[in-house]
Design a protein around this ligand. Structure first.
Ligand code: FES
Length: 136
């Protein structure tokens, strides 16, 4: 009798743990994203991005890139390609952003130069305040 009770309690425990491990991801999938991730601000030090340099950041839970374009100043762009969502890479030597998936290319203002992307990379508002770059 004690053995039967122990096995029943053990099965109940593992059954509950198994059910929870399936239910939690389902609930997270269908739950709306938290609103705290929207309209965040990212602050960088100006010296982190020298002229011609760049820095990859996460803005509103998505990858973005801040580039100090020679002669034009700082710009922040989404890194998510507008074709199928691959992440573009900054090609410093050719002064462009290149998508590795289908060879889409963008200029350093985010405009499409060639390839399948249907529209420009979204720009992210940015301002310089003293020695800080405030993105968002
Ligand atoms: S996903 Fe970037 S060109 Fe296709």
């Amino acid at each position: 009798m004690r053995r039967r009770g122990f096995l029943k309690a053990l099965l109940t425990f593992f059954g509950t743990v198994s059910l929870a491990s399936f239910a939690y991801p389902l609930v997270r999938f269908f739950a709306p994203p938290s609103s705290s991730a929207v309209n965040e601000k990212v602050v960088l030090a100006k010296q982190e991005i020298p002229i011609g340099g760049s820095k990859v950041i996460v803005f509103n839970d998505k990858p973005a890139i801040v580039i100090n374009v020679p002669g034009k100043g700082l710009i922040a762009l989404s890194k998510v390609c507008t074709h199928l969502g691959c992440l573009v890479e900054y090609d410093k030597d050719k002064n462009r952003l290149v998508c590795p998936c289908h060879a889409g290319t963008y200029d350093l203002q985010g405009n499409v130069i060639s390839g399948p992307p249907p529209k420009s990379l979204p720009k992210i508002p940015l301002r310089v305040d003293g020695e800080q770059i405030i993105i968002g």
